[in-house]
Design a protein. Structure first.
Lengths: 116, 208
């Protein structure tokens, strides 16, 4: 069983398209390169909005955070927006302690993320 | 009771107090503590208070000039420590820590804090060494302690004590360890690094 699984979908909210990446499992130093690959492949398609659904993520370490922050910088440069949605308590706390939640928006749900 | 603190603490206090500078005394029991600990204290504090007299510490050195933390061995674990060797399976390391922390009576939130801290330190074993690391886990009724030992070397005695910029591409790991744990002890020399993370089981009520 993979420690981390990812799935990607594109959808629309109020006729605005967005890309949704759903993470399930545990994201750490042992799989952050795979995570980077998945996210960078989506970023390369230059979406206006990329949402990462964290609801299934039981654990995230600073290596995975750095992947997300790097993707955030690329999205910024491309004029797009990266948002995180529904982190569990432990992940939300880690985003707060590193002040990552001040660099990119974190929403309680995917619906709220699509509403911006 | 005496607690070992690293040389970074004085600088952390200085940072905290930078706004409205007030001196905070750090008590040291000269009769009981190892002379090496007292020598460290004299190097890391600018002002000494002894028997009511104040004097400037002639040995005081600004922290950035301090030599890398000398290798003062940590006191031996108490009780029956559980020992686990890992290389790449950090998920198993986290599961062991979570189970032990819950059984010892940490709240779910603080158990998760400890899991994060241990995982960050164990991740450094993968990043910076070619060999396996060892997790030691033990507790008494007051605290849970997790210790990671590996062959890496940390030369910066203040590693993890400075807040990295949010968009830094590294340095958040040890910062998080220091944020979530009640006490972090570090011992590092050419033969390896030991990081001991303490979590109090019934801490005084705090926000967050």
């Amino acid at each position: 069983v993979d420690l981390l699984t990812t799935s990607v979908a594109t959808a629309e909210s109020d006729s605005e398209p967005y890309t949704l990446v759903v993470l399930d499992g545990e994201a750490d130093v042992t799989n952050c390169n795979a995570l980077r690959g998945v996210l960078e492949a989506e970023v390369a398609k230059q979406p206006r909005t990329l949402i990462i659904d964290l609801s299934g993520l039981r654990f995230m370490d600073s290596s995975a955070l750095h992947v997300i922050l790097r993707v955030n910088r690329t999205m910024d440069r491309q004029g797009g927006v990266l948002a995180l949605a529904s982190p569990r308590d432990a992940v939300a706390k880690m985003l707060r302690l590193t002040a990552a939640d001040q660099l990119l928006p974190v929403y309680p749900s995917v619906d709220e993320a699509t509403a911006g | 009771m005496t607690r070992r603190v690293g040389p970074g603490v004085a600088e952390v206090w200085r940072g905290l107090l930078a706004g409205g500078s007030r001196d905070v005394p750090c008590p040291y029991d000269i009769a009981e503590l190892d002379p090496a600990v007292i020598a460290d204290a004299r190097r890391t504090h600018p002002l000494l208070l002894s028997s009511g007299h104040r004097l400037m510490s002639p040995e005081h050195t600004v922290p950035s000039d301090l030599l890398p933390s000398r290798s003062v061995p940590l006191p031996a674990p108490y009780g029956d420590a559980m020992i686990h060797t890992y290389r790449t399976d950090l998920s198993q390391v986290r599961a062991l820590v979570l189970q032990h922390a819950r059984e010892a009576g940490l709240t779910e939130s603080r158990a998760n804090d400890l899991v994060l801290a241990v995982s960050e330190v164990a991740a450094n074993t993968l990043r910076h060494t070619q060999s396996s690391g060892t997790l030691n886990l033990w507790n008494d009724q007051d605290e849970v302690v997790c210790e990671i030992h590996d062959e890496g070397t940390i030369t910066d005695p203040l590693a993890g004590r400075h807040r990295p910029p949010p968009d830094a591409s590294g340095g958040h790991g040890l910062w998080l360890v220091h944020q979530v744990c009640d006490l972090v002890e570090l011992n590092s020399d050419a033969s390896g690094t030991t990081i001991r993370m303490h979590m109090t089981i019934h801490p005084p009520q705090m926000n967050g």
